[in-house]
Design a protein around this ligand. Structure first.
Ligand code: FES
Length: 90
């Protein structure tokens, strides 16, 4: 099972493949500011991929439409975990 780690808390867990980063954060009680409930509407649930960029699904149409996202930034409700990944909520 893939391992996901959230910084700066350094909380991590092994989780089923294709779980969203948002769902993983909820299991660890990490706040990713997901104000629209994961609908892809608020664009507040941004996390920065520190390691394992290829271990999450490619950017969705919703993410591509958010002009201010850095290439390493992802909307945690839109991407799914496929391998070990480390992300930052800062
Ligand atoms: S929770 Fe609103 S866009 Fe992700």
């Amino acid at each position: 099972m893939p391992k996901v780690t959230f910084l700066p808390s350094n909380l991590s867990l092994e989780i089923d493949e294709n779980t969203t980063l948002r769902e993983a954060a909820h299991q660890l009680e990490v706040d990713v500011h997901d104000r629209c409930g994961g609908l892809g509407a608020c664009c507040n649930c941004v996390v920065t991929v520190v390691d394992g960029a290829t271990a999450i699904t490619p950017k969705t149409v919703v993410e591509e439409a958010v002009f201010y996202l850095d290439p390493k930034d992802r909307l945690s409700c839109q991407c799914r975990i496929t391998g070990d990944v480390v992300v930052s909520t800062l």
